[in-house]
Write a protein that binds this ligand. Structure first.
Ligand code: FMN
Length: 298
């Protein structure tokens, strides 16, 4: 394959997915279950929506349509930057939603956002800690709002302020995984935020190391470049509890709204089940990591 942009983290991530091969194991195999339990609730699939935002340029009412699609597929919905009215409309669809709040410089504003998300009845809240800096090493400014990196004590305060599970999104090192645990996070998302930095390690490359640090104390989620049920399988096999899918649902959302989103989740879940069946994986908690082989190591 010609590598047109060797620095591009999305491309590196795709190459890494494609370097992972899968053994087949048929003896004693069963019809697999893709049921997924999270924070005391049961979903039909570990394929979740990514924390997206500003989908109105993809489709009118895009965020709400996405939530409807996730609800119809009994999948977990995530939402990123949005205003209060939008969050209310999203949760009103019935979709069990995780609300990711930006690392705003103004911590009081963050506390207010957490409180508002609680009132909307979300499943969990969290923060995309990887959106604090711009590429120039200065604090990022998103739609006029100033961001700031958060310290461990600050994260502890956010987490202590809510009864909801708090998820730290944008963990891409064992060190941050360890700090997330220290802070009291109830979940992490292994992610490079669709290539926010060049040459970022692929989430699946670092995932086994992070999963070892987390040691099943809290759920580990993964996103970035997941396009198919096979990609989902590889993530689960390497230590993820579930995955989030963003850009792969954009086209279905554009073309068919909530039905497109639902159909895409169902299709990816079926593809996942197909690989689980052929690897003797009875449910998503029982996928043997040794089925994964690294092409470069053969
Ligand atoms: C249009 C768009 C908007 C996004 N908005 C947010 C956001 O507000 N908060 C956030 O944490 N991540 C946001 N993300 C990042 C996604 O949650 C996800 O980390 C990233 O897209 C990688 O997943 P993917 O490759 O499946 O798209 C956004 C991504 C896209 C494409």
């Amino acid at each position: 394959m010609e590598r047109s942009k060797p620095w591009d983290s999305d491309q590196i991530t795709r190459d890494y997915f494609d370097s992972l091969l899968v053994e087949m194991r048929h003896i004693d195999a069963v019809i697999p279950s893709t049921k997924f339990e999270l924070y005391g609730e049961t979903f039909d699939t570990p394929v979740m929506m990514a924390a997206l935002s500003h989908l109105n340029n993809i489709r009118e009412n895009g965020m709400v349509e996405m939530a409807r699609g996730a609800h119809a597929a009994n999948a977990v919905n995530w939402v990123g930057m949005c205003d209060e009215a939008e969050l209310e409309a999203i949760t009103a669809t019935g979709a069990r939603t995780i609300c990711i709040i930006k690392p705003y410089a103004d911590n009081d504003y963050i506390f207010r956002r957490i409180e508002y998300a609680e009132r909307c009845g979300v499943l969990a809240v969290g923060m995309d800690i990887d959106h604090a800096f711009g590429a120039d090493g200065k604090y990022d400014v998103v739609l006029g709002e100033k961001m700031k990196p958060k310290s461990l004590p600050e994260l502890r305060e956010f987490i202590k302020s809510t009864k909801l599970p708090f998820i730290i999104k944008g963990v891409l090192s064992g060190q941050d995984a360890y700090k997330a645990l220290e802070a009291g996070a109830k979940g992490i998302v292994v992610s490079h935020h669709h290539g926010i930095m060049s040459y970022a390690v692929p989430p699946l490359f670092i995932l086994p190391q992070i999963a070892k640090v987390i040691n099943q104390q809290i759920p580990v989620f993964v996103d970035c470049g997941i396009m198919s049920g096979m990609d989902v399988f590889k993530a689960l096999a390497l230590g993820a509890d579930a995955v989030s899918v963003g850009r792969a649902v954009m086209e279905p959302l554009r073309n068919n709204g909530s039905e497109g989103v639902r159909d895409k989740i169902v299709k990816m879940t079926e593809e996942l089940a197909g690989v689980m069946a052929r690897t003797c994986s009875r449910d998503i908690r029982n996928i043997d990591p040794t089925v994964i082989r690294h092409r470069n190591g053969w």
